[in-house]
Design a protein around this ligand. Sequence first.
Ligand SMILES: [Zn+2]
Ligand SMILES: [Zn+2]
Length: 327
Amino acid sequence: MPIEFNELKQLSKQARDVSNILRKELGEMPHKIEGNFIAFFGRQFNPDYKWNSALKPLWSGFYIKYNDLEMMVDPGINILERAERIGVNLARTNTLFVSHGHIDHGHDANVIAEMAAYREDSKLRVLMSERTQEEKIMSHYHSQSQDGVELVLIDKMEEIDLSANIKLKSVEVTHTIAGSFGFVLDINGLKIGYTGDTGFNATYKTIDGRELSATEKIPDKKEIEEPGAFNDKLKKVFSEVDILVFNLHDVEFRKHTKHNLYHSTVSDAVNVLRDSKVKNCFFEHFNPHGCLGVEYPQKVNQYIKESTGKETLLVALNGHVVNLDNI
Ligand SMILES: [Zn+2]
Ligand SMILES: [Zn+2]
């Protein structure tokens, strides 16, 4: 029997109606996690896939829900599947923070803006630096011209009121890409810090004992022998929070490369945490080095815990949820 064009028109209308209802439902659907929380999305890929262990880590992402605040931070790749698995409904996002323009922090930022647009009268504040915007980590449409979207350049204002009694202070950090930021979120006096990707050295030492600035142009990377003075400004900011999300990159300082002037080590973590006010520290970023299995990152966490006497946890490959109502 030949297909009538009218039947196609009918089906097209039906499909549109159904998907509009589904989108509306999605926008209103609660998270599968109750109360106020931080959810770390983890990696959540099958470690049996060779590419999964072989690739550099590409999987940042955590979500803070506190009353009216629905904040997605650093959506790396495959955010939809990871959010679904941990129980976060990304369509509820009203604030998006992108710390810097690297793929593991912003790859799926446009996806978040798409999801947020499913809510009726949706509003989305996009927080990023001017440089991150220039990197085009988000499309112009998703970060600026989409209905309900407001772009806030975090390097232009130090403190932002996110909702009643919730403020975010951006913290400029030292990373391979300019315009990299972390933050301190103040929720009714509860402070949550996020380091973003950063090194913690103000200076480095050369083999002949000179101490040179780690933040100015480096004349010869072969001269980088060991870490010098600690970046006390960053230490102070992140040691005065209650909960710290710390992007941990390495075990030890690597010589003759600029790498650890821009990325953190175990001793940086110990230095920040020791004698700090931090009650709970969650290590992100280290877990994607999953090719040796879970024991190695657990040992790293155990070492830091024993060295600082702090409550620390290294986020597992399949993520982690922290309830903020009992903290
Ligand atoms: Zn980075
Ligand atoms: Zn990163």
